[in-house]
Every structure is written in C-alpha cells, then in structure tokens.
Write a protein that binds this ligand. Sequence first.
Ligand code: FE
Ligand code: FE
Ligand code: ZN
Length: 286
Amino acid sequence: MSDSDQGLALGCHLSTSKGYEAMGKTAVSIGATTFAFFTRNPRGGNAKAIDPDDAAALRELLRSHRFGTLVAHSPYTMNLCSASEDTVDFARRALAEDIERMELLPGNYLNFHPGSHVKQGAERGIELIVEGLNQVLDPGQKTTVLLETMAGKGSEVGRTFEELRAIIDGVRHDELLGVCLDTCHVNDAGYDIAGDLEGVLTEFDRVIGLDRLKALHLNDSKNPVGSHKDRHERIGEGTLGMDAFARIVCHPLLRTLPMVLETPNDLDGYKREIELLRGLAANTGE
Ligand code: FE
Ligand code: FE
Ligand code: ZN
C-alpha cells in the first residue's frame, strides 16, 4: 500500500460495550480501516449516553489511522413503517436521537433498514418511511443516512431498487440520503451480483443513480439468487463465491466505498477475512 493508495476502507461490526475509543483500538488491532456499530442495542430500546471525551478520542484515532467513513447501524427493531402507531413513533424518535448521537462523529454514515410494512403493502410502507424521514432529517446534520438494500424477507421494504428510489423521491432533504448495498441482500432479492456485477450496477445506476451508492455490506449468502431469505455466509463459502468478491473489491466504482463485513465470525475470523479481501484487492487490483 503506497501513500497515494490508501487501500480498501474495510472492517466489520464491532461492539460499543467498552466505549468508542476502545472500539477504534479493536478495529486497528484487526487491520480494519472502517467499521460498523449499533447506535443502541440492536434489539432494544433506550440508548446509553455517549461520553463526549470518548467520542473525541475516537475521532482522533480515526484521523491518525486514516480511517474511511464509518457506517453505523440503527437497531433492527426500528420499523418506520410498522402497522402499530407506537412502533412508528418509537422508530421516529430513535432515528432522530441516533442522528443526533452520530453528530459526535460528524461526517460519517448511519445505515438503517427501511422497515417491514406488515400487510399494509409496499406503497403504504414507503409513504410511512418518507413521512418519518421528513420528520427527523435535519438540514444542518453532518451525518448521511443510508437506506439498506433488503433481501425481501417477509414484508421488507427496499427489496427492489425502485422501492428505494421511491423513498428518496419523497424525501425533502434527499441530499442527506444515500444507499448501502448489502451483497447478500441484493442476491437474495433477485439481483445476480455474483454472475453479473456490471448488469446489477447498471440497473442500480438507471433506477437510483450510482452517486447515491455510499457503502457496501460484504456478505456471502447461504441461498440462491431471488430466495428472499437473508442468511449471511462467510466470504467465499456461500452461493456468491470468492471470485464475486474479488470482482467487487477490485471494481473501480466500489473499491473507494467503505465495506463492512457482517459475516458469521468472531474477531479472529473478521481479521482473517479482512486480510483475505485485502489480498484479493492487491492481486487483481491494478
Ligand atoms: Fe443491516
Ligand atoms: Fe447488511
Ligand atoms: Zn442481512
């Protein structure tokens, strides 16, 4: 890696349990140059207060180690398009709060699952998501909010590029929105990213616009294209396969994006996958 080539911004999900700076140190110890973390308990409610000094220490660590943009993740329980009004209220409050919390790490990304419409239909789901985003996005915020491409399990909204486009179209401050492409999810949603990467990117560009593509979740899949399952597999051990990931990490439009692993691994496993992917990028890269 030369000075002009920073290499991939690559990392995995990390735990906030020991604090923000500790999370950054863990990232450094496994060779990561970005990472994801949950802005609150992924399955739960209230968020722990963030110590501003701890956030400042992480900012300094990220700067000195030249990290790429971080991709924080909102909790899975946050459903902006639930049929229950209480759930929608909670989701809007949690998202607004999480954006505020992210402002302690300005300039990074906050990714979220658009939601599940639970029998209300995708159209109504999109309406509710748009309403929620219009309520919580603050034109002054330094955080870009990312919609994640979903596998289409159950009644998930965001299973097609068109659904994500419709959300973006409805949002007033759409300059604050981007998309995080999850390789397992798009495969399971029916986009053949392993067999036809160029075709999928062309379709993404036609429907959403590649300027919206801000981050990647790198996951192999346990299931075939279009299965709508959402079961992540380790890199190279699933239906996408190693060659697909070699093409992804070398792609001129993708290699500059932050890439986050969400594969079934412990920290050592992530360290090995990060090395593996850096190897793939170096071998077939330039
Ligand atoms: Fe996700
Ligand atoms: Fe994901
Ligand atoms: Zn998933």
